[in-house]
Design a protein around this ligand. Structure first.
Ligand SMILES: Nc1ncnc2c1ncn2[C@@H]1O[C@H](COP(=O)(O)OP(=O)(O)OP(=O)(O)O)[C@@H](O)[C@H]1O
Ligand SMILES: [Mg+2]
Length: 328
């Protein structure tokens, strides 16, 4: 359904060229949920904005690549064509609900507007009825239709954003850290809601997060991104049962968990790669536990370790045989 092919996006800044996304390919099939995981600055939002063709240009430049939606390249569409795609086919839920909500319009009217835009044949009464239904679907009483965003809590605002995203029954939702701005209990509620809606509506979802717990909870597929490159991808079982790229292993080791000795938790050493100055070889080299001289010879390609499980590391064979994934 969604196929990103060899996407490379740079930003031109006063400090140089930021190589934000480098040769990224991703696939999302109907009804599937793909988790995109990586540290801050890894290029996750840039990928999301590329899919919606919403990158700020300049400073962003798409150097190469395609974003195919049902076989058609979003990146070559004009404004009019894009408007049709956004909402009907894809909608987006951003990290901060306030960026998505209009502060001076009631939440009901904002949901209604989306419904009206995508089905102009509906009567006003029907549109309003559908908008009320959407509010209730996300757990907000229909009686709050005429309330304004500032009258809602953060979690409720994000529910409204989700209601807007779902209002025209898109085939796909791009959710960019949809719960990061919320506190932990509300996070769990919003995630539960997204999970339920995803199941009920069969919506495909690209879920951007830096939280593996969220991936385990909702996703079928997972891609790990480092310095603008996918370093590992596969099913959630591949990534959780057999994490193989040293970066993925590092992310797991840095997680607190109940069955691990807390004293042995370790953050990944070294500094995140500088996207204005990426090496021609493996960009994880400086932080890697298993690096060798060979790692500086070239930038490895993603290779398929087992069917559907891809890893971008020349030491994968060694890692794959390591039963406890280097936790010690
Ligand atoms: N408008 C912009 N102008 C210049 N550089 C940008 C712009 N937007 C993003 N970048 C840079 O591109 C790189 C990738 O940023 P991006 O926002 O895609 O990361 P991210 O993975 O979403 O991070 P986070 O987890 O913090 O949201 C970063 O180095 C960032 O500083
Ligand atoms: Mg981001």
């Amino acid at each position: 359904m969604l196929e990103i092919k060899d996407l490379t996006v740079h930003y031109e800044t006063a400090d140089g060229v930021v190589e934000a996304v480098n040769n990224v390919s991703l696939n999302l099939e109907k009804g599937q949920v793909l988790g995109l995981v990586g540290e801050t600055g890894a290029g996750k939002t840039t990928i999301a904005l590329s899919i919606m063709n919403l990158l700020p240009k300049p400073p962003a430049h798409i150097i190469q690549g395609q974003v195919l939606l049902d076989g058609e390249d979003v990146l070559t569409k004009n404004k009019h064509e894009l408007r049709k795609i956004r909402g009907k086919k894809i909608s987006m839920v951003f990290q901060d609900p306030m960026t998505a909500l209009n502060p001076v319009q009631s939440v009901g009217a904002q949901i209604a507007e989306v419904i009206r835009l995508h089905d102009k044949s509906l009567s006003s009464a029907l549109v309003e009825q559908r908008a009320v239904q959407m509010l209730e679907t996300v757990g907000i009483p229909g009686t709050r239709y005429n309330d304004f965003p500032h009258q809602f809590s953060g979690g409720m605002k994000q529910r409204v954003v989700i209601a807007i995203a779902l209002a025209c029954e898109p085939e796909m939702i791009i959710a960019d850290e949809p719960t990061t701005a919320l506190d932990v209990t509300i996070q769990a509620q919003v995630l539960e809601l997204m999970k339920k809606l995803q199941k009920d509506f069969g919506t495909a979802m690209l879920l951007i997060t830096h939280d593996f717990g969220v991936v385990a909870d909702i996703c079928n597929q997972c891609a790990v991104i480092y310095a603008g490159e996918i370093v590992e991808s596969g099913t959630v079982a591949h990534i959780f049962d057999n994490p193989t790229h040293p970066y993925t292993i590092g992310l797991f080791n840095s997680l607190p968990s109940l069955d691990k000795d807390v004293k042995r938790l370790k953050p990944i050493g070294g500094m995140v790669a500088d996207p204005t100055d990426l090496p021609a070889y493996c960009s994880f080299y400086d932080r890697c536990d298993v690096r060798t001289d060979a790692c500086r010879k070239e930038n490895p390609l993603l290779k398929e370790l087992e069917p559907g499980h891809f890893v971008k590391c020349i030491h994968t064979a060694v890692q794959g045989e390591d039963e406890d994934h280097g936790i010690d």
